[in-house]
Design a protein around this ligand. Sequence first.
Ligand SMILES: Cc1ncc(COP(=O)(O)O)c(C=O)c1O
Length: 395
Amino acid sequence: MHEATLRGRVAELLAASDRSNVPPFMVMDVMSAADRIEAVGGHVIHMEVGQPAAPAPKTAIAAARAALEGGRIDYTSALGIPSLRDRIARHYRDTYGCAVDPGRIVVTTGSSGAFILAFLAMFESGDRVAVTVPGYPPYRHILKALGCEPVLIETSGDTRHALTGEALLAAHGKSPLKGVLVGSPANPTGTMMSREALTDLMKAAQSAGVRFISDEIYHGLDYAFPAVTAAELSEHALVINSFSKYFCMTGWRVGWMVVPEPLARPIERLQQNLAISVPTLSQIAAEAAFDGREEMEAIKRGYVENRRILIEGLPKAGLTKFLPADGAFYLYADVSDFTSDSFEFARRMLEEAHVAATPGVDFDPFHGKNFIRFSYARSADDMREAVARIARWLG
Ligand SMILES: Cc1ncc(COP(=O)(O)O)c(C=O)c1O
């Protein structure tokens, strides 16, 4: 066979599918650049990564250790260890005063694993699903990889970045939606939906027959007002949560869903086939994490202090425009007075001030070039140092 033809055949054999062609996460590029600076002795203040600096609660680590010493780590049932599912149901009663049947709880490999199960169980290939912009990029990338069509709806600071029922119905009117996904507290904005805003949106979704998914991964990290769970407002909503953020267990890869009752069995079948079960050690640790709340509340008090330092310090340093930092550990700042290219701004801030933050382009293809996301999940000293460095750099 002719060499060029052979090369063509091989290229065809090895070509990645179109659905796998999702964009990378630019924050990873910022992290690599920060690594390079640190490799030659620089000291970078890390505000780019959305993960707690603290380890898992001591109760979780002790439970995992005991389980390791106890012998075999077997598969669990696909929906999760029954006692963990019970404990999560109790969490809804204790935290929100809301009764949830443990039969509706599904343990997942982080909320990331939950998105895959939820989207597969709720949508057909080709279905249109609304997500908000700015927003967490994997929402739209996972939908695309699964053959669904993400429909981007822009939100603004005027509504604290809450998607309104009116905006949802307008998008649905243009071309019908099958579902909508929102997160509160939100990444990257750190803003939260009030009870009224969430109720209004869920009513609109229900009236239009649009399925509702609520990403509640930052629940527990609410500062402006208490976060409301969609599980309390409707048994038809699918709620996603995780041990990654409040419980500081990112690498343990364990999360959960509260699913509408008719979806529990289909999701169980999907999980059986896709993963068999969630890592057992992580499930054991997660159950014990609920006993470590005091430790986690102390960490949350640290975020409260970090938030105060930034809200007071950034305007003095020159960054005066940012959204209400209601929850999570993010502050989303408008840097359009300085640049029309936030990627370049973040690159220079890292190179010249050794402060790493994430450019908004990751989260918002329309206006992200005007924004920078700061994560304030590290120490108060780091926050003070970051403010001082930014002040010197901009001043
Ligand atoms: C809004 C949001 N949802 C979901 C995730 C995924 O988290 P995990 O898979 O660790 O639960 C993240 C991670 O940063 C996030 O910010």
